[in-house]
Design a protein around this ligand. Sequence first.
Ligand SMILES: NC(=O)c1ccc[n+]([C@@H]2O[C@H](COP(=O)([O-])OP(=O)(O)OC[C@H]3O[C@@H](n4cnc5c(N)ncnc54)[C@H](O)[C@@H]3O)[C@@H](O)[C@H]2O)c1
Length: 397
Amino acid sequence: MTRPSIGVAVIGAGMAGRAHCAGYRTAPTLFDPPLPPIRYVAVVDANEAVAQDAATRYGYDRAGTDWHELLDDDTVDVVSVVVANHLHREVVEALLAAGKHVLCEKPLANSMADAEAMVAAAAAHPGQVTGTGFVYRRQPAVAATKELLAERLGAVSHFNGRYWCDYAASPLTPMSWRYQGGPGTGALADIGSHLIDLSEFLCGPVVSVGGAAFATMVTERAEALGTTYGHARAELSDVVHPVENDDVATFTASFASGAVGTFSASRVAPGLANSLAFDIMAQRGSVRWDMDRPAEFSVLSDLVGDGYDGSRTVLAGPAHPYIRGGLPMDFPGCSYGVSDLFGYQARAFLEQVAGIEGLPPVAPFADGLRDLQIIDAVARSAAAGGATVTLPEHPGH
Ligand SMILES: NC(=O)c1ccc[n+]([C@@H]2O[C@H](COP(=O)([O-])OP(=O)(O)OC[C@H]3O[C@@H](n4cnc5c(N)ncnc54)[C@H](O)[C@@H]3O)[C@@H](O)[C@H]2O)c1
């Protein structure tokens, strides 16, 4: 039987938008069974040159500047929403009302209220697939860690995670949407959102957070003179705005399992471009992983107690999730990078749309709201001098 083709579009062609454009291109080359034919319909970005450039590079039929044009376009079935967080709700609600399947970037929204409305909108359209882009769940070494914890290492006692970046370390990085919004919408929501999601992915639900503290080191930034996206430097204008949110966020957490967690997120960590890392201590061993060396993880297991126990370095390879069939050369030691994960995510979403069982599904909007519940609780802890804040139940459970 020939499956009907699927038309895709991407809204926002900045840093992550390009990863989505490329991910949909890669998706049909990965794993089995084959996906239905994918049509690459449109890339939309408010900046015409950016949209056109991405459409040309990634082979999409047309470029546009107004996402509303996708709503009545029957050739578009699947849309990735990859614009600034405060724009997600409006775009997602309109796309769902227009009958589209929607993959939205993390954090799901800039506020809990927006995220709750988006979860409700998804529930009102049960025939359409929705998902939140927690792409790091698809790091092969992270997925392997989840298996190791479940199968060999026993109960977790301590998750210690950090996401340290340096994109905001320089005061010369221009003002952007990333520096606007209330406490918790800065480093915590931008990169801490990934870390929080991974902690629950690996260790189960968080029941409370506490000890939170925020710091803002660069208190004002100048607007760029020309076009800029992502974290790119640009010539600066004289127009300066206050930075409204956190450069650094730290907190602790307790998990329902009895484990405890220590977390930190920073966007002002010099020399650390994209350093997402964790140590997990469990009953019968431990795991250490750092995205600086994404295909390498340290594992301590099967303790003998003869004086020679110690961590060993394991290279993620075809024995681990995502690699076999997930790389053009799926051979041991060939490794992978973040861009590969966007291919896995796009493939998973397209599988869901096509009704194919294969990769783990994309995290539902409820997981995006859950992430924001924890971010909100951390912000309330920080506002209350580090007080303990109890989490509500996961909205999807
Ligand atoms: N999963 C990840 O690893 C990851 C990485 C980076 C960013 N993100 C997320 O992706 C989203 C976008 O982040 P980014 O870093 O790509 O941002 P960005 O600033 O680089 O790009 C955003 C793009 O949106 C365009 N835009 C602005 N308003 C628009 C509108 N109304 N319609 C269409 N386009 C519009 C801008 O011109 C810009 O090109 C955010 O939610 C962010 O948190 C996720």
